[in-house]
Design a protein around this ligand. Structure first.
Ligand SMILES: NC(=O)C1=CN([C@@H]2O[C@H](COP(=O)(O)OP(=O)(O)OC[C@H]3O[C@@H](n4cnc5c(N)ncnc54)[C@H](O)[C@@H]3O)[C@@H](O)[C@H]2O)C=CC1
Ligand SMILES: CC(=O)C(=O)O
Length: 318
């Protein structure tokens, strides 16, 4: 038996752009009373903990400190953001070998402490690394999952909201499949306040559906490339996405989020980790939710799964 989980404690492994932005966001969220930051670069973790702690008087009291895996062992959620990020022009899949090597030094440290909480993977390629974390940890599938296409879905809602002149929170639309180049915009279920997206587009004066859907899906897919070319890394959008996932877990809210999770037959998908809608609550991934898809979307989903399965099969996880 591992240490009993402290429901108000979070740990973040990797305190670079994404880890520190996530820590800053979580400090302000009021979700946790304790946060431990772990990084191979201990000075970095200590510096971030101090800097973020100095904002605490404007939020709510909590204990923020740099620590190690013993300190993380009773966290309700361990968020892994450690690893190389993309250089301009690199794909997420290009990172796989570097980041699998890093995961081989992190995940066993967590597993050997019989960790009982939720392991949330952010590092890229997130679907593959979630599968790697699942294999290396031996933890149950519901407690190991990744941020998946939660960020891409936020980008999709934002861009659609801008296009239609409507609050993105009223846009119901999802990106599924790989968090990466083979991702799929699920247009067939997209709607605004229950109105099918193409009908709503026409209400707002947009009639070029083919051109708009192609452009919007491309803009979503290329968002990370554009941001990385301009400022080297993306971190605010993912920090907000992680906060949303943490809220779902800590408050047992059970929203349906497209997280990276091990597939067990929904849509005929097996033996692959893919970003697909699931009910997320205190037990992690609690239920895999089928999504109505067009024939084309279903075919592209299987192509995305095949591509990820092939990359995973080539990895040396010994
Ligand atoms: N899933 C998603 O939607 C997103 C994922 N990412 C991914 O997040 C990862 C981190 O990105 P950035 O923070 O921009 O990179 P970064 O280079 O700024 O930070 C990485 C951090 O990991 C630490 N680290 C490396 N090896 C470690 C180890 N063995 N143990 C503990 N810490 C270790 C480094 O010291 C560094 O502080 C990348 O893989 C990036 O592609 C980034 C944005 C969105
Ligand atoms: C880097 C990355 O995965 C993203 O911003 O989507």
């Amino acid at each position: 038996m591992g240490a009993a989980v402290n429901d108000r404690k979070v740990a973040i492994v990797g305190c670079g752009f994404v880890g520190s932005a996530t820590a800053f966001t979580l400090m302000q969220s009021g979700l946790f009373s304790e946060m431990v930051l772990v990084d191979v670069d201990r000075d970095r973790a200590e510096g971030e903990a101090l800097d973020i702690a100095h904002g605490m008087p404007f939020a709510a009291p909590m204990n923020i400190y740099a620590g190690d895996y013993d300190d993380a062992a009773d966290a309700a959620i361990i968020i892994v953001t450690a690893g190389a990020n993309q250089q301009p022009g690199e794909t997420r899949l290009d990172l796989v070998h570097k980041n699998v090597r890093i995961f081989k030094s992190i995940i066993p440290e967590i597993a050997k402490r019989d960790y009982e909480g939720i392991l949330l993977v952010i590092s890229n390629p997130v679907d593959i690394l979630t599968h790697v974390a699942l294999k290396l940890s031996g933890m149950p599938e519901n407690r190991v999952f990744g941020s998946g296409t939660v960020l891409d879905t936020a980008r999709f809602k934002y861009i659609l909201g801008e296009h239609l002149g409507v609050d993105p929170r009223n846009v119901h639309a999802r990106i599924i499949g790989e968090h990466g180049d083979s991702e799929i915009a699920a247009w067939s279920t997209a709607n605004v306040s229950g109105i099918p997206v193409n009908t709503f587009c026409e209400l707002r004066g947009h009639f070029e559906h083919d051109e708009s859907t192609r452009r919007i899906a491309e803009d979503v897919k290329n968002s990370a490339y554009e941001i990385i070319a301009k400022k080297k890394a993306t971190y605010y959008g993912i920090a907000m996405s992680v906060k949303r996932i943490c809220e779902a877990i800590v408050r047992d809210e059970k929203p349906i989020l497209p997280v990276s999770n091990y597939q067990r037959g929904v849509h005929g998908l097996y033996d692959v980790v893919l970003s697909m809608p699931a009910v997320v609550g205190k037990d992690g991934v609690e239920y895999q939710v089928p999504t109505p898809l067009s024939e084309d979307e279903q075919a592209r989903l299987h192509a995305s799964a095949d591509a990820l399965r092939a990359v995973f099969a080539e990895l040396d996880l010994e």
